[in-house]
Design a protein around this ligand. Structure first.
Ligand code: GTP
Ligand code: MN
Ligand code: MN
Ligand code: MN
Ligand code: MN
Length: 198
């Protein structure tokens, strides 16, 4: 477990680097696998993560220097670079701050923002068409499969991939915080993913 500290405490510490990442998500109308007739369009929750240059999954965002910019302005700048839209981020979007255990000297700040369907759509297009880091730092945005198929398909297989730093734990806590899945569903996904990694 990573050690949690407050955002305020983090900003008083000297000699640390700061990284800010965010879960952008929202409802989107879709036809699930085309199997559901058009008149039965369902709302699915879209969560944006990314395939990083290093082959790991993670959230959009990056290093912020608090002596040049606020954490939130820096995160917005990173979003402009990585997804092509400078999504505004406020202190009200902040959810947790940790002393990174995998990377000593790094403090990681996590944010969550719910977006409208049209904004999510714009973002998915811009991530390919406009983002300066597309194909460089970021190989592509990916949606998180928030469902269960037979034999561990869906979320369990997604969780069995490799994630940067504690981004997997950030995803799991966000699913719970935003009530996107029940506690039982989250535990089921984690335990099925665990069996695949053996
Ligand atoms: P450069 O512009 O190349 O420096 O990259 P960046 O500013 O976009 O930084 P990056 O997104 O790689 O994040 C910096 C550091 O934060 C990484 O080396 C990881 O240790 C950590 N990190 C990256 N993504 C995540 C994430 O989704 N969650 C958490 N908790 N940490 C992350
Ligand atoms: Mn970046
Ligand atoms: Mn980044
Ligand atoms: Mn950067
Ligand atoms: Mn960069």
């Amino acid at each position: 477990m990573e050690q949690q500290i407050t955002r305020e405490d983090a900003l008083t510490r000297k000699g640390y680097k700061h990284a800010c990442h965010i879960m952008l998500y929202g409802d989107s109308s879709a036809k699930l696998f085309g199997k559901i007739p058009i008149k039965h369009i369902v709302l699915i929750t879209v969560i944006q993560m990314q395939m990083r240059f290093d082959g790991l999954l993670g959230f959009p965002g990056g290093l912020v220097n608090p002596s040049n910019e606020t954490l939130e302005a820096g995160l917005s700048r990173e979003l402009h670079e990585e997804v092509g839209v400078a999504v505004p981020v406020g202190v009200d979007n902040h959810v947790s701050t940790c002393l990174s255990s995998s990377c000593p000297g790094l403090i990681t700040h996590f944010y969550i923002k719910k977006m409208a369907e049209s904004e999510l759509k714009e973002l998915e297009t811009a991530a390919v068409a406009k983002a300066t880091d597309h194909g460089l730092e970021v190989l592509g945005m990916v949606r998180v499969p928030l469902y269960f198929l037979r034999n561990g398909g869906g979320l369990p297989y997604f969780l069995s991939h490799s994630f940067i730093s504690n981004s997997r734990a950030q995803l799991l806590s966000a699913l719970q915080r935003c009530r996107l899945l029940s506690q039982g569903e989250i535990e089921k996904a984690v335990s099925q993913a665990e069996q695949m990694r053996r």
